[in-house]
Design a protein around this ligand. Structure first.
Ligand code: GLA
Length: 387
């Protein structure tokens, strides 16, 4: 995506010669630690080289005019009428972001904004968080609010809750804003303390294999999983009021207080408690250079997500199974919320092309769908690229 293309797209959409402010905000991968963020556990994400770009400049009235370059769609609304809209989704990510400034009592002005993104939609790479973070960052600059980055992350997360209706954790927005080239972020989702860990993969690469499906269950089941975890916690709290979230819970507690009551809730909580440990060990292994061991844990994560947490789907399971016994693949698992999107694979660099060719063929034969593959480069987080 070149800055010139973004500027000319903006200028022709709004019939202006003015040069907009441009913010780039990336999508993310997550090495391990899935569905742990809203349970106050740890995650290990990184920002990638696919990003949303928001070009924006002030208007002389109180209207918000939006243009989605990739879809060639426009949308307008008055600042005083700000609300989530029903029929098309992309404006909500921007409107939800602006609404956070309005709620803080910040005096807003009208603006034109054009959105361009190469983060594939529905691929589990946080295309929506990328847009929310781009909008928050741009507004912060525009309205000179000088917010700190943690506040921006929280505002972007609220935009997703309130305007997209997904009760997401904090991982995606955090990774988009805090990303650092060639590092993963070990984030404690309880304290929001974080540490940058070098992603030293010793000749292996992060390969994303996109199923190109997004089952409609994704957001409703996401919210259901969150409630199932909260229910498990509530049952344990009846005996121990110190317990605040699954972060504080052990398998022994689950066996004692949750399993006798309900097998399904037990399995959901068990996955999260196991994943919490898996992440801490996997991160240690990455730091020690033992990426073989990390890879094995990624396969275990997939097993848990598929069998106990039940957020996978047949296409994702197919892709993980297809690489399981490949000597060039250290680890693979579904990534993100689930029910479609990508698998993340650690693959030996020189074997990548052959692997893509082989898996694409069997994937299409088995599902009738196309596979898309990307090698993810780890990049910096949200930044202003032109002003
Ligand atoms: C989505 C959410 C994140 C996180 C992941 C699962 O990407 O937005 O907050 O919960 O799913 O790990």
């Amino acid at each position: 995506m070149t800055t010139d293309n973004i500027i000319s797209g903006f200028q022709s959409a709004f019939g202006t010669q003015s040069s907009p402010l441009i913010v780039r905000s990336p999508g993310r991968v997550n090495i391990i630690g899935e569905h742990t963020d809203y349970n106050e556990g740890f995650v290990l994400p990184a920002a990638i080289d696919k990003a949303a770009y928001l070009a924006i400049s002030f208007r002389n009235d109180n209207e918000i005019h939006l243009f989605a370059n990739d879809m060639n769609e426009t949308f307008s609304i008055g600042i005083d009428d700000l609300r989530p809209i029903g029929d098309i989704s992309w404006p909500n990510y921007i409107l939800g972001a602006i609404a956070q400034f309005k709620k803080r009592g910040i005096a807003l002005k009208g603006f034109n904004a054009s959105l361009t993104s190469d983060v594939p939609i529905g691929a589990g790479l946080s295309s929506s968080a990328a847009v929310e973070c781009a909008a928050i960052y741009a507004m912060d600059h525009f309205f000179e609010t000088k917010l700190d980055r943690i506040t921006m992350v929280k505002m972007a997360q609220k935009a997703e809750h309130e305007y997209a209706g997904v009760m997401c954790g904090i991982m995606d927005q955090f990774a988009s804003i805090f990303g650092k080239k060639d590092y993963v972020i070990k984030l404690d989702c309880r304290s929001l303390e974080y540490e940058y860990v070098p992603l030293n993969l010793q000749g292996y690469k992060v390969l994303l294999l996109n199923t190109n499906v997004k089952h409609s269950l994704a957001s409703s089941e996401y919210n259901t999983r969150r409630q199932e975890c909260e229910l498990g916690v509530a049952w344990i709290q009846e005996y121990n009021s110190q317990i605040k979230s699954l972060r504080d819970v052990t398998i022994e507690m689950l066996k004692k207080y949750v399993e006798p009551k309900d097998q399904l809730i037990y399995r959901r909580c068990k996955y999260v408690v196991e994943e919490k440990e898996r992440l801490l060990k996997g991160c240690e292994e990455l730091q020690q250079g033992n990426i073989n061991a990390l890879g094995i844990r990624m396969f275990q994560t997939h097993e848990g997500l598929s069998k106990d947490y039940v957020v996978s789907c047949k296409e994702l399971d197919f892709l993980v199974d297809a690489v399981k016994n490949d000597p060039a693949v250290l680890g693979a698992r579904m990534m993100g919320g689930g029910f479609g999107g990508c698998t993340i694979n650690l693959v030996k660099e020189e074997a990548i092309d052959d692997l893509i060719e082989k898996i694409s063929k069997v994937y299409t034969e088995s599902t009738g769908l196309e596979l898309t593959a990307y090698v993810a480069q780890i990049e910096n987080g949200t930044e202003i690229i032109a002003q």
